[in-house]
Design a protein around this ligand. Structure first.
Ligand code: AHG
Ligand code: MN
Ligand code: MN
Length: 338
């Protein structure tokens, strides 16, 4: 009888807010600004989630008719998401500077007492919006380097990936999820739209150390480095599954759960790769390492790269540790060959 009763009123679980509060109490010197910053991001993501869900009805799907600093066509929702996140971060007061994919220059929020800086890809995979395919948001949080009370500098934002204090992504998929690390493992929260809250659904996420999924835009095969071509042949020979959505967050999330490797190599078409270091590679590299996986530039750990430019690109090989190591071995053979 009591078992039946329990079944009727199963607890929904821990809210993101409660989780953040509990984490903060593990750090006696934390003053709450960092927790507030995470809450600001969560609130903006709920608004963006709403916009994405009604995009087709609200005439906010499709192209905006302008290009961003990478020469890429901006979608209306790129702009909507950028405004929603940057506004929430400015109003929140904890962040002194923001680097966004959609803004050429670093944004000085005017909150010169803010201790943190944020790098963000407000809408990842935005060309998938019009066809109802999953998209995401990626963010990365650093402590500023310049003293509080002064204007932020480039140095505050151009920090190595190892300096990140937190990173996360939101996947607007068949359900909306927020996946977060602050350097003590990775936790996933699922959005419950009728309650308007994220609930802890995937505590302490661990990536399988090996897998059978490879994700790469193979149309550029002919221009890939020979080692990458060899590795892709190896994937074919071993009957791996090819899975490529074209939204980095969605491809990454699937591989995180199932085991796999995502690759965006340099190619003749994109000599530096396509993905951006500050707000695509660094945050997901931090998450993958915290979940037991690896992220490599080819010969070098992604998180150790010293960024020189806000919108710098990098080749990226990210996923299950053994798969990334195997890819690196294939690349090494390239060097022997030369
Ligand atoms: P964004 O929408 O933020 O510009 O990112 C698009 C990225 C990434 O999400 C995806 O993995 C990649 O572009 C796909 O590129 P290709 O079309 O060259 O495969
Ligand atoms: Mn992106
Ligand atoms: Mn984007």
């Amino acid at each position: 009888m009591s078992g039946q009763f329990e079944q009727l009123v199963l607890p929904i679980g821990t809210t993101l807010d409660r989780f953040i509060n509990t984490q903060q109490s593990n750090f006696p010197f934390a003053k709450g600004e960092f927790s507030q910053l995470l809450r600001d991001i969560a609130i903006a993501s709920k608004i963006v989630n709403r916009e994405i869900n009604r995009a087709g009805l609200a005439n906010i799907a499709g192209s905006f008719g302008a290009h961003n600093n990478h020469g890429e066509e901006q979608q209306k929702l790129d702009i909507v998401a950028n405004v929603r996140f940057t506004r929430a971060l400015k109003l929140g007061g904890e962040v002194c500077a923001i680097a966004s994919e959609e803004d050429e220059e670093m944004i000085d929020t005017g909150n010169h007492n803010g201790k943190y800086v944020v790098a963000i890809d407000p809408l990842d995979g935005s060309s998938n919006i019009d066809v109802n395919v999953a998209v995401g948001t990626i963010f990365s949080i650093y402590r500023r380097i310049s003293p509080a009370g002064t204007a932020p500098t480039q140095e505050d934002i151009l920090q190595k990936g190892t300096n990140q204090v937190a990173a996360g992504y939101i996947l607007y998929g068949s359900s909306t999820m927020l996946v977060l690390t602050s350097g003590a493992g990775v936790d996933g929260f699922t959005y419950e739209p009728s309650l308007g809250e994220y609930y802890l659904s995937h505590p302490n996420m661990r990536m399988p150390s090996n897998g059978k999924i490879y994700s790469v835009n193979e149309s550029s095969f002919a221009g890939f480095p020979p080692g990458v071509q060899d590795y892709i042949r190896y994937c074919h020979e071993h009957n791996f599954s090819a899975r490529y959505i074209g939204s980095f967050v969605a491809d990454f999330h699937r591989n995180l759960l199932k085991g796999g490797i995502f690759m965006y190599p340099e190619s003749l078409k994109s000599p530096e790769g396509k993905l951006r270091l500050m707000y695509e590679c660094f945050p997901l590299a931090f998450i993958v390492e915290q979940a037991g996986g690896k992220a490599s530039q080819g010969g070098k750990r992604i998180l150790d790269i010293e960024p020189k430019r806000l919108h710098q690109r990098s080749p990226l090989y990210i996923g299950s540790a053994e798969m990334v190591e195997s890819l690196e071995k294939h690349l090494l053979l390239d060097r022997v060959r030369v």
